[in-house]
Design a protein around this ligand. Structure first.
Ligand code: PLP
Length: 378
């Protein structure tokens, strides 16, 4: 059996090496290292793939979130509602911009921001909602957009984990995740579903004015050379990374299908296991592109399971072990523990198994057998 990895970047690279290497060499030959043709080509390819009017590439997914919020003109003291159960980047940029993060609980089934909790958290100061499409599954965008419209709020989709997923509206219409809110951010960190070979990110929007504002912000607030109209940042997607992404984008659907196929195989193997809750999926199969395959293990010492898997050569992850509202940097006396029942429980039960495009049946059987044996004998 091939050595099991949490993410097999090497195995994936070997299959596309010729195309990727060629694309990178073109950058080296052209010496167009900054904002070169590869960046523009990727931007336009991604716009076409997503069906969105504007993609603005930038340096990483955290910058993308920050720049999206700057572009919307959010002001210190504005309240921004986001999920308590996510990677810290989401709340970090809210705090960094001196906006007020308002963390709310998630849904116990799909782990995404809870709709009732959003409603409860809205105050006259609320200006935006940031749903995170956690682990690759689209949040309940229809309900979120409805709340936003009713209260005149912006919606910023954190799409770092779900690029390529498709949301199906209740009327059957479909849209790519990240094209539904007013603006969205994504990350091309190597382990993401569309990863480059370093850092990278992008902002998406269908709003022409917002796109214009954001294009200036990523470039030192310049709309005309050496005229700085607003305070901006320097956040660029590197041409070499754009070359990698251009080579990989045509494979994104195949990659996501491989992840879904692995998730299906995991689900099947865990069928009937009473102590294992496999990932819930909302609606259509393409709504969840499995950035992570995350189980809840009940009546089990989760940390002992992690240790047991590691001892058997199976890497795994705990995303996320601590709720954001309990992190030192994001504590707030306004929070009430009773409002975070789901997150407080999930942090004790979740475990993410190896998930990538190169997993094979033999590896999946070994992983699932090891999990099942441990859970039923401890
Ligand atoms: C990865 C990630 C980010 C940050 O992306 P970087 O490119 O690492 O800055 C933000 N939000 C979520 C939910 C992520 O998973």
């Amino acid at each position: 059996m091939k050595k099991i990895q949490m993410v097999d970047l090497k195995g994936q690279y070997e299959k596309i090496k010729t195309t990727v290497d060629q694309s990178i060499l073109e950058v080296l030959d052209s010496t167009a290292y900054i904002n070169g043709p590869k960046v523009h080509e990727f931007q336009s390819n991604l716009e076409n793939y997503l069906g969105v009017k504007h993609v603005i590439p930038c340096a990483n997914g955290t910058d993308a979130l920050q720049i999206a919020m700057m572009g919307l003109g959010l002001k210190p003291g504005d309240e921004v509602i986001t999920a308590d159960f996510t990677f810290a980047a989401t709340v970090e940029v809210i705090a960094l911009l001196q906006l007020t993060p308002v963390l709310v609980d998630v849904d116990e089934k799909n782990f995404n921001i809870d709709i009732e909790a959003i409603k409860k958290a809205i105050t006259p100061k609320t200006k935006a909602i940031v749903p995170v499409h956690l682990f690759g599954q689209c949040a309940n965008m229809e309900a979120i957009m409805e709340i936003a419209q009713e209260h005149n709020l912006y919606v910023i989709e954190d799409n770092a984990q779900a690029i390529g997923a498709t949301y199906t509206y209740s009327n059957g219409e479909k849209a790519k995740v990240g094209t539904i809110g007013h603006v969205a951010s994504t990350s091309f960190f190597p382990s993401k579903n569309l990863g480059c070979y370093g850092d990278g990110g992008a902002i998406f929007t269908n709003d022409d004015d917002l796109a214009h504002t954001i294009r200036g912000i990523v470039n030192h607030g310049m709309y005309e050379r050496y005229h700085h109209d607003v305070v901006g940042v320097n956040s660029r997607l590197d041409s070499v990374q754009a070359a990698v992404l251009n080579a990989k984008l045509p494979n994104l659907d195949t990659y996501n299908s491989a992840r879904i196929k692995a998730a299906n195989a995991y689900d099947k193997a865990f069928e009937g296991q009473e102590k294992i809750v496999t990932p819930h999926r909302d609606g259509a199969e393409d709504n969840h592109v499995f950035h992570q395959y995350t189980l809840r293990v009940l009546d089990t010492d989760r940390d002992a399971l992690v240790k047991h898997l590691n001892e058997n050569g199976i890497p795994c992850g705990v995303y996320y072990p601590i709720p954001l509202h309990l992190q030192k940097a994001y504590k707030d006396s306004r929070y009430n523990e009773a409002d975070f029942k789901v997150t407080n429980q999930l942090v004790k039960e979740v475990i993410s198994l190896p998930m990538h495009t190169e997993l094979d049946d033999e590896q999946i059987s070994f992983i699932t057998n090891t999990v099942i044996n441990f859970i039923n004998n401890n």
